[in-house]
Design a protein around this ligand. Structure first.
Ligand SMILES: Cc1cc2nc3c(=O)[nH]c(=O)nc-3n(C[C@H](O)[C@H](O)[C@H](O)COP(=O)(O)O)c2cc1C
Length: 443
């Protein structure tokens, strides 16, 4: 069976089991010249790592990634990138009791029915340890996206734990990194802590809903009809362990809306927001973040200006090209930077029920995907099951488990979004290149 891979051009194959010596991802099709090292990928793995707080499993995996191939002198070479993570905290004896029993809610029974043999230690290949490999591949995808479309930002967060939803009016992007649940609502973070603590102590578990948003994705990614961006995103999210539902944009709730409410109306952008591109001779990037560019006279502070996140800039031969909204244009910039090139701003939408995708192709709005994970099946309550030989019996799943797998599924969802988006960027580049349709008077 060769069903351990996903992606068309950016193709990820994961390998390994939870209690084997190591697991990892082989990534084929990564563009060459992408600056990457193990620390960049490690950053994302640390987000998924177990044992970071009392709300996740107490397994103590270091989850240290090693790059075995495909990177030379700090950049990808275009050849397969082999990412490996050693398993260091297996306790196979935790699973001795379940050797001949099938754990309810786990893949033990179906793997056995299919293959006639199963690695009972932690579920073997069906263990969510496999998701570490996806996060590693996603880290690489993020670096490649940065090189192609630096304005793209991918962020995942929890919007529901059990019956408790976030308050959308209290949504705060800055909260996401401030609590153990990756939740964008400070009040929910406090309430959920108490709720999950109770469940954890009683040995129970609960499900969750995770939302992953990609901002800054250009219009035009995806393809009709079997290569739809939403088809690939849904498949990617659904392939994550414990995921039982996936929605794009309005998702299932779209069934309750009328056509008037659901179709996002389209508006021409105000001309004042057209993008102006200016070339600065001799200016260079030194690090990421906020910049102060001195176009001409070092001592003339008035001529300094900041390049914030919203501004897109690229290093060009002999200088730097900067993109700013026309209304933010400063006459001195033009004087020092030469003739500006005007690019038309993108159309506006009244709402985003479509989740940033129409006809399988991105609109340029935020791509919004949600997925639901079921409650952790390994709980400390006795459950009825059967043995391999067909006798009825009971089971308690000991070992160390996440009381809500939604928490650690957040970086996994982000990784899948990164892999799918990069894959579609490469597909788009291959077929269409730079020649996308531009809306405006000369169209
Ligand atoms: C990040 C993550 C961590 C998980 N940890 C556990 C766990 O500790 N215990 C458990 O019973 N299931 C856990 N799961 C879910 C199981 O891996 C999953 O339910 C099982 O493999 C059966 O597959 P299915 O639910 O997709 O049908 C986790 C899932 C994810 C995404």
């Amino acid at each position: 069976m060769s069903i351990n891979s996903f992606g068309h051009l950016f193709r990820v194959t994961t390998w390994g089991e939870s209690h084997g010596p190591a697991l990892g991802a082989t990534v084929d099709g990564c563009p060459p010249g992408v600056p990457v090292d193990a620390a960049m990928i490690q950053h994302w793995l640390d987000k998924r790592k177990p044992g970071q707080n009392k709300y996740t499993t107490q397994r103590r995996e270091a989850d240290e990634v090693r790059i075995l191939s495909g990177v030379f002198e700090g950049v990808t070479t275009g050849t397969p990138v082999q990412l490996m993570i050693e398993n260091t905290d297996q306790r196979s004896k935790d699973y001795g009791d379940i050797k001949d029993k099938f754990r309810p809610g786990h893949a033990d029974i179906t793997y056995f029915q299919k293959y006639g043999v199963r690695d009972y230690r932690g579920g073997g290949r069906s263990s969510a340890r496999e998701t570490a490999s996806r996060v590693a591949a996603g880290g690489l995808a993020r670096e490649a996206i940065k090189a192609i479309a630096p304005q793209v930002q991918i962020t995942g967060y929890m919007v529901q734990m059990g019956p408790h939803k976030i308050d959308r009016d209290a949504f705060d992007w800055n909260q996401i990194e401030q609590n153990p649940f990756w939740v964008p609502d400070a009040r929910a973070a406090t309430d959920w802590a108490e709720y999950l603590d109770g469940l954890r102590k009683s040995g129970s578990s609960v499900g969750a809903i995770i939302e992953v948003v990609a901002r800054g994705v250009p219009a035009g990614l995806g393809a009709p009809v079997y290569g739809k961006l939403d088809t690939d995103l849904a498949a990617a999210m659904m392939s994550i362990n414990a995921v039982k539902g996936v929605e794009i944009g309005e998702g299932m709730s779209a069934a309750m809306l009328t056509g008037e409410l659901n179709a996002d109306e389209i508006f021409a952008p105000p001309a004042s927001e057209d993008i102006v591109e200016i070339f600065f001779k001799g200016a260079r990037l030194e690090s990421t973040g906020t910049y102060i560019i001195r176009p001409q006279n070092e001592n003339d502070k008035e001529r300094w200006f900041k390049v914030k996140d919203l501004f897109h800039f690229t290093e060009t031969e002999g200088g730097m090209t900067l993109q700013v909204a026309r209304k933010a244009l400063n006459k001195r910039m033009i004087a020092n930077g030469g003739l500006p090139i005007v690019k038309r701003a993108e159309p506006r939408y009244s709402s985003n029920h479509a989740g940033g995708i129409l006809g399988g192709i991105s609109t340029g709005q935020d791509i919004v995907v949600r997925f639901a994970v079921k409650p952790t099946s390994s709980i400390l309550t006795t459950r009825k099951t059967i043995t391999k030989t067909g006798e009825e019996t009971e089971i308690i799943t000991k070992g160390r488990h996440d009381p809500c797998v939604g928490i650690r599924a957040v970086p996994v969802g982000e990784a899948m979004m990164a892999c799918v988006l990069l894959d579609h960027m490469l597909l788009h580049r291959g077929q269409v290149g730079e020649n996308r349709g531009t809306i405006g008077p000369d169209a």
